[in-house]
Design a protein around this ligand. Structure first.
Ligand code: FES
Length: 159
C-alpha cells in the first residue's frame, strides 16, 4: 500500500518521523498549530500531512521565529486535508513578509551596534550627542533609538 498525505499516524509514528516529543506535540496542538483526531480507541491520530507543519515549526524555532508568528501564517491552512500548492504559496508570501522584517531588525542591530542605541548606559561617545544625560528615558524603557528606528522602518514597509 502506498503512503498518502491523508493517512493517519499514531503519535508514536509521528514522534519517530519528526523527532519531536509527545509533550511538544501536545503543546503545538493546544496552540492550534497542528490538529489530531481520535480513532475508535480514543487515541490521538494525526493526518500524515501534519508532519509538514511540524517540520516547519521545528525550522522556525531553530531560526528564532516565535510560535505566535508561525500560528499567524498557518492560520489560513486547512486542517481536514493536505494543503494545496496554492495554500502553501499563500503561507509562503505571509512568511516572507515576517522574515523580511526580522532581517531588517537584525540589520538595524548590526548598524547600530557601534553607535548610541538610547538604552541609558551612556557608555559610548555618541551618547553625549544623541542621549545627553539620558534624556531619552522620557520616551520610555529600553533601547529607545533602536526601537524607534525599527518601528518607523516597519511602519514604512507596511504602509
Ligand atoms: S548606547 Fe546606551 S545610552 Fe547610548
Amino acid at each position: 500500500m502506498h503512503a498518502s498525505p491523508d493517512d493517519h499516524l499514531t503519535i508514536g509514528e509521528v514522534i519517530r518521523r519528526t523527532g519531536v516529543s509527545a509533550s511538544a506535540l501536545h503543546f503545538y496542538e493546544r496552540k492550534g498549530l497542528i490538529y489530531a483526531e481520535r480513532n475508535g480507541c480514543d487515541q490521538r491520530i494525526f493526518a500524515r500531512h501534519m508532519i509538514r507543519r511540524i517540520s516547519l515549526i521545528i525550522m522556525a524555532k531553530r531560526l528564532g521565529i516565535p510560535l505566535s508568528d508561525v500560528a499567524k501564517v498557518f492560520a489560513t491552512l486547512p486542517f481536514d486535508h493536505a494543503p494545496t500548492h496554492a495554500d502553501w504559496q499563500r503561507v509562503s508570501r505571509a512568511w516572507k513578509k515576517e522574515l523580511e522584517e526580522r532581517r531588517r531588525a537584525i540589520e538595524n542591530l548590526e548598524n547600530e551596534l557601534t553607535g548610541c542605541i538610547g538604552c541609558g548606559c551612556l557608555s559610548m561617545k555618541a551618547c553625549l550627542l544623541l542621549n545627553p544625560d539620558d534624556t531619552l528615558q522620557g520616551r520610555g524603557p529600553g533601547p529607545v533609538r533602536l526601537q524607534e528606528f525599527s518601528d518607523s522602518r516597519s511602519r514604512r514597509t507596511r504602509g
